[in-house]
Design a protein around this ligand. Structure first.
Ligand code: RAM
Length: 872
């Protein structure tokens, strides 16, 4: 027995966070012993205890909510945990955390400042315009506007002991103090439903401030606020002018504190970016950098005063979760001269941008960087992302000499870049993502399966970019359906709770007064108007399987992490949604992109077929399943009467569905795999005919040559439904299938991410102009962890785990792990002939059972190895 030990102390999932966004943060640690009691003490900066739980017998180790004296805003705290083991041992550990500006009343000094600016030109397009490929031909420099710089001098009598800068913008910004950028975030403040909430960043600037004059500098671009965003590339969806807001909190040596804010002392001027847009790209003119603009001593006499807005809106919220950062760098793998420029291959489809190290540039050289995810079958340049304002092109105008350029206010989806106009250069791809802790691991004896998993991880990284998006190039939109189907897989690969919780806060803010939950979030006022004035797919405001994200995502997070607060935060929105859903009808996306429904038709006609065929069936199925999950959620929250009522309503919804849509043999009116999959997965089929319905699904799979024909909504359940109805071999066949449509077809075709369409690249290498980075179909990754490796949460947050590997998966070796709230749970199994050897690492606090060869074997905490003989 190892000595008792507490490790990995966290507050709101983060280690020693600078500024937690809540006044009731939760405390988590892991133990190397069986904990029987624990005590938490939180102390303020003066060392006074503000919370002492005393010794709590039976305390958990995960997400213990603060319940002490009210926490102050912008304060630092220390905390210690003591943990007692069963044999009387004791371990203790300590950590720290700080708080954000938690209350509206904290904004005492700052005012919104608007640089002098021409508003962003209004470019408004409909979905129909997009489909028709409509676009103006005015080049970006003639219709986009420059990034604005703001500078404000701050005079201090003495350097502070502690200083925090709280900042945000309507737009995207970088902030600096005395010429040095603060923090390492990119594209702050991130994307929120700005009409309802704008996130505020907190930076530690203690070491950057000096006695005397200091300068706070801000560079401010259109971003999601005013830029051309979404599928249609329409501009100014939240506003047509950018603005910034910041407040500096200083603690001084004499024991006093000072708060200084943005205001009319600020001055502005256009910066060296001729334009900067998240989709179009940016143009940076290095000759136009006003040297020293963000430092003391710069003469800003030529700069203009700013417009100062009174009143701080209550939409300000402290940023919660992980900011976007540069999370990796990829060197060029190959580079080739072509007529259009040098084509550089980074070997991996990513979201990010290219950093160029230029050599021998002459002043005024115009260097262009274009981006694409694939080349054509001949290896020539091919733009896979098209449409209005989808240029994905950055331009650098050199100052002359050896220079380094990395775009600041844009990111693109690409694997290849084409660079032209440079005398000499070295290119590096900079991967941009929300900087989530990467947690799960999964490798096997099969290289193709490993690549499939890696592709999912890359698509997760490439689409967890401030919000969960559908794709990082064409849309960058928070499609609720995509997040819904992918959430379970996402939980294995990264710590997603803070990230998805923040997105859910946006989704709740976007819920309509009648309870309808929109199909995308953050949703701009423009989105709302556009949907209201369109018909058909463009007019959809809510959709089965999309809007249900408000129920499914919190439930998934709870199942995988045991985080009850996610349920508490969302339950009201969930109940409003299921009430709305009770009688709702309307156009649907249905089992979106079902392969067979797209065959032989032009894409935009084909896309409308699955909605037409399956729309009417998915509505009642998601209605029933959301009621069931809502019943479970209210039960967890101890709202038993509501839970009973919801369960009754769910049963009635299922009975009505069976009456209306199932014939006596258990067949559905539409002969597509997806509706059968959903009917079985959501328990829409009475037990008496269930086997027959499953048999029909098997027939449908066989009829497609053992290939899947499932769309967005049903893919996540396909293999599970087959497995659970006893068709395990067919589930395995589908996993290993390499004919299109299939997961391994993409791998064999050289995919490095998950594609939007199974046929995005034909077998001869011919690409279609679609996204190669859509994670929805990557939901199968959850199957790899749960069924192939066999790691299953048998109770919320893995308090109980079932380890049930598939030794017949066609593999000789699998190694996988997930981060449970109690620590890492790892499984490694090998198969040799008829013997399987399973090694498990089980954290203290997880009750794990190995299910193998018909036996249930309890696994102790710590490491253990079991060998089992496999029957034929
Ligand atoms: C597309 C998106 C997304 C999907 C919707 C219905 O535009 O790419 O993946 O959810 O349509």
């Amino acid at each position: 027995m190892s000595a008792p030990e507490c490790r990995d102390l966290r507050v709101e999932y983060a280690r020693a966070p600078l500024a937690v966004a809540t006044d009731a943060p939760r405390f988590t640690w892991t133990v190397a012993h069986t904990q029987v009691a624990a005590r938490i003490v939180v102390s303020d900066a003066a060392g006074n205890a503000v919370w002492d739980t005393g010794r709590l017998a039976g305390a958990g180790t995960s997400l213990i909510p603060y319940a002490g004296e009210p926490l102050a805003s912008n304060a630092d705290y220390g905390w210690t945990v003591e943990s007692w083991s069963a044999d009387g041992g004791r371990a203790t550990a300590a950590s720290i955390f700080g708080t954000a500006l938690l209350r509206a009343s904290d904004w005492t000094a700052a005012r919104w400042v608007e640089p002098t600016q021409q508003p962003t030109a209004l470019e408004r397009w409909s979905l129909l315009d997009w489909i028709r490929g409509a676009a103006g031909d005015t080049p970006p420099e003639d219709r986009l506007r420059p990034v604005q710089l703001l500078r404000q001098t701050v005079r201090l009598d003495a350097a502070p002991l502690r200083a925090r800068l709280f900042a945000t913008a309507e737009g995207v910004y970088t902030a600096s103090v005395n010429g040095a950028e603060v923090g390492d975030e990119v594209l702050a403040p991130g994307f929120d439903s700005y009409a309802h909430r704008i996130s505020v960043q907190c930076y530690d600037v203690t070491d950057q401030l000096v006695a005397g004059e200091n300068v706070v500098g801000i560079a401010l671009a259109d971003g999601w606020w005013a830029g051309r965003i979404g599928i249609t590339g329409s501009s100014a969806q939240f506003g047509d002018r950018t603005a910034a807001l910041w407040q500096l909190h200083l603690d001084l040596a004499d024991g006093t504190s000072r708060v200084i804010g943005s205001g009319d002392a600020a001055r502005s001027a256009p910066g060296p970016w001729r334009y900067a847009d998240l989709f179009v790209g940016e143009c940076f003119d290095a000759r136009a950098v006003p040297r020293g603009w963000d430092a003391v001593g710069f003469d800003d006499a030529g700069w203009t005063p700013v417009a100062v807005r009174d009143g701080i809106p209550d939409r300000l919220v402290p940023f919660a979760g992980e900011p976007m950062r540069r999370v990796a760098e990829l060197p060029a793998v190959t580079s080739r001269e072509t007529a259009g420029g040098t084509v550089v291959d980074f070997g991996q489809v990513i979201a990010g941008r290219v950093r160029l190290r230029l050599t021998g540039a002459a002043a005024g050289d115009r260097v262009t960087i274009e981006h694409t995810e694939t080349l054509d079958a001949q290896g020539e340049w091919f733009d896979n992302i098209r449409g209005i304002n989808k240029e994905q092109t950055d331009v650098y105008v050199a100052a002359g000499g050896d220079e380094v350029y990395e775009p600041a206010f844009t990111f693109h989806g690409f694997r290849y870049a084409r660079v032209s106009g440079a005398a000499g250069f070295e290119a590096t791809a900079i991967v941009i993502a929300s900087d989530l802790e990467q947690t799960g691991t999964f490798t096997t004896s099969d290289a193709r399966l490993n690549r499939l998993h890696e592709n999912v991880v890359w698509s997760q990284r490439g689409n967890f970019v401030s919000i969960p998006t559908d794709c990082p190039q064409r849309e960058k939109v928070g499609w609720t359906g995509d997040a819904q189907v992918f959430a379970p897989a996402a939980t294995n690969n990264a710590q997603v709770v803070p990230f998805l919780s923040r997105w859910l806060a946006n989704l709740r803010a976007d819920q309509l007064p009648d309870g309808a939950v929109p199909i995308t979030s953050p949703r701009s006022p423009f989105d709302v108007e556009a949907a209201a004035s369109a018909t058909g797919l463009g007019g959809i405001e809510w959709a089965a399987g999309w809007s249900d994200a408000i129920v499914f995502v919190p439930w998934t997070l709870y199942e995988r992490t045991g985080d009850v607060r996610v349920l508490e935060e969302n339950v009201d929105a969930i109940l409003r949604w299921v009430d709305f859903q009770a009688g709702a009808t309307g156009d649907q996306f249905g089992d979106w992109l079902t392969p067979s429904t797209l065959e032989g038709l032009p894409p935009h006609e084909g896309m409308a077929v699955a909605p037409r065929l399956t729309g009417e069936l998915v509505v009642p199925m998601f209605r029933a399943q959301s009621l069931t999950l809502a019943a479970r959620i209210t039960a967890v929250l101890g709202r038993d009467d509501e839970a009973a009522d919801l369960a009754r309503r769910a049963a009635a919804a299922r009975a009505a569905f069976a009456d209306e849509h199932l014939d006596e043999a258990g067949d559905l009116p539409v002969q597509l795999q997806g509706v059968y999959v959903l009917a079985l997965a959501f328990d829409m089929v009475p037990d008496a005919v269930r086997a027959r319905t499953a048999a029909r699904l098997v027939e449908l799979v066989r009829a497609r040559g053992d290939r899947l024909d499932t769309g967005f909504l049903s893919v996540p359940y396909l293999l599970d439904v087959l497995w659970e109805s006893g068709h395990r071999d067919l589930a395995r066949t589908l996993l290993w299938q390499s004919e299109m449509p299939s997961w391994l077809y993409e791998v064999d075709a050289g995919a490095t991410t998950i594609w939007e369409s199974w046929d995005a690249v034909a077998s001869d290498g011919t690409p279609r102009p679609v996204s190669l980075n859509h994670y929805a179909f990557g939901c199968v990754d959850d199957w790899l962890y749960r069924r192939v490796a066999g790691i299953q949460a048998a109770a919320p947050g893995y308090r109980a785990a079932r380890i049930e590997p598939d030794f017949d998966a066609g593999l000789t070796h699998v190694s996988a792990s997930v981060a449970t709230p109690a620590g890492r749970l790892a499984v490694e199994w090998t198969r040799e002939g008829d013997t399987a050897t399973i090694s498990c690492t089980v954290p203290h606090g997880v009750t794990a059972t190995l299910e193998a060869a018909g036996r249930s074997i309890p696994l102790p905490a710590g490491q253990s190895t079991v060998a089992v003989a496999l029957a034929d």
